[in-house]
Design a protein around this ligand. Sequence first.
Ligand code: HEM
Ligand code: MTE
Ligand code: MO
Length: 479
Amino acid sequence: TSSLPIFSQEEVTKHRSLQDGVWVTYKGGVYDITEFVAMHPGGDKILLAAGGALEPFWALYAVHNQEHVLEILSEYKVGELSAEDVKKQQAVKSSDPYSSDPERHPVLHINNLKPFNAEPPPEILSDSYITPSAFFFKRNHLPVPKVDPASYQLHVEGLPGGVLTLSLEDLKTKFSKHTVTATLQCAGNRRSEMNKVKQVKGLNWGIAAISNATWSGAKLRDVLLAAGYGPDVAQWACHVQFEGLDKDVTGTTYGASIPLKKAVSEEGDVLLAYEMNGEELPADHGFPVRVVVPGTVGARNVKWLGKIIVSAEESSSHWQQNDYKGFSPGTDWDTVDFKSAPAIQELPIQSAVTTPADGAVVDRSAEEVTVKGYAWSGGGREVVRVDVSLDGGKTWQVAQLRTSDKGQAPEPSPPPGQAWAWKLWEVTAPLPAEAQELEIVCKAVDNSYNMQPDTVPPIWNLRGVLSNAWHRVKVKIRE
Ligand code: HEM
Ligand code: MTE
Ligand code: MO
């Protein structure tokens, strides 16, 4: 039993602002979190819970179901909620906003269940040039919205012609269909390697928050032209914003924006995709329509697209303004100013070893080892070389690159600046005679001669994004 005072719900509800103090309840405890609000990794959303219960919010943002979050909360305990009010709370039926999420393949490694975030085992990535949709990494910030394709409407706003509203049928029949093979990578891919240097905030992705698919749909450019886009618009507009149909508890939708220049460029290949790998978009990947922005960070590839807005400003969404930005290793949560950094758009050069896995054992009798992986660069820059070392970077050899599955014709070389898809690579080398352990390292080079940094510490950042140091894997040789 606790010696802390007992409060009524009415008393708790009086504390709903920084001035009056911010109080919340959790499992019958009362917490004064006023001091914590400014330190909250999820931003001032936390104020939504002011004066009430945390449980329904934490059901929506299950990232809180961790020991360290409860430890933080416990520091702020000021009392107990009266028994009568605890009973009333329990009577409020808690409904699970994730109950209509789709089924997922059990092979996926789940980083977070609600919202659903998962990546495939790395060896699956290098086993097929096109990642089967079931294995494609999934990154949701919110519950998957249920969208009826028959009544689906896409609104295009901000152009001189007024609002253009399109049905799914309109999108499929009034615009020509384009197919693009494009790799999608989350800004947080390989975040776990940053975590090893120093704790960062975010999902602990391994090396597989990246996948490659063919996407088909209408070109965003064509839709904007149909909605009244012309050279005059470029005089005042700089961005194209996207809003998803997935909503948080306040009704705020997922949102992001890209530069107008990319959106209307003939070579930009931005799609309003309704097919993935030749089939209708799966629920997890944005059914019925998502934006595919080739060469651009995953976060701007808005799923369950509801609205397109041509505007002078970037999206005001949390994910455009206060997340998905890079900072110096010297910047911490006390000093970070999100306004000071640009939103991530094109991603830097990346590669990783998918097999063998870190910690694997190879038999000396095998005499050789085959190393496989992926390599990709943002902005349509083409990977031109991948270097692989078996001795921690002392000696190197050049990997074989491929752009198709074994036995199939390679994809034709993309025009300069339109290399949207990754390259898979492979090296088979004799096991070094003396070594008992291999330290396999890979690094890629793109056609601008951008290369990956050799270690993590100089690129560490508090949010753990843009993690693209040389990938290192240790393998034991069994005599
Ligand atoms: C993330 C603590 C209340 C929304 C986090 C994280 C912590 C935290 C420690 C980072 C978790 C991690 O990445 O390991 C708390 C505490 C709360 C609280 C102690 C109450 C006293 C809330 C409320 C909301 C919320 C009420 C929403 C209304 C979020 C979101 C993130 C987050 C959206 C994820 C940020 C991201 O990774 O994108 N919170 N939180 N939090 N929180 Fe809270
Ligand atoms: N679009 C909506 N509407 N909601 C989201 O949560 N997540 C974004 C982006 N588009 C997201 C979204 C992020 S951060 C990434 S990395 C990609 O979708 C992931 O796409 P995928 O799940 O198809 O792999
Ligand atoms: Mo992402």
